[in-house]
Design a protein around this ligand. Sequence first.
Ligand code: FES
Length: 161
Amino acid sequence: MEYRFLTEELQKKIKSIQNRYLAKEQAIIPSLHLIQETYRDIPKEAVEELSHFLQVPLADIEGIVSFYDMFRFKKNAKNHIRLCRNLPCHLGGSRKLLKMLEKLTGAKAQGHSQDGKWYIELVECIGSCAIAPSFLINYDLYDGSKIKNEEDLKKILEKYD
Ligand code: FES
């Protein structure tokens, strides 16, 4: 299986977790923490990859993610926008950017667009303050300071089906 979310670095960390336990199932929860720390939530594909990597049934891992409040599956829209709302990004114009995102996607902050194509989430610092206001679409990072008007933003949004 080709791993897209379990990067080599994550695989190494998960391996070292595995080595600490006798039963492979015991590595599930710490591995999910690692995945969530890396991606801020848990992509479904990452769960499939983890199941393959640990050689435990997919249903067991999905059951754990659904059972514990501390784990979050990736939001159920086709494209997930995460816009930082912390001070540097706020001062850099994240409010204006949000207005444009809402207008162009039809989704409101913390909500889906009617067609299910977009979800906009306002998040805390995403570690990219140097390019404030920064935002992610799925796992692609964007420098909001380069977006001067709706046309610029439209060009970015058009890349996503
Ligand atoms: S404050 Fe927005 S990315 Fe850090």
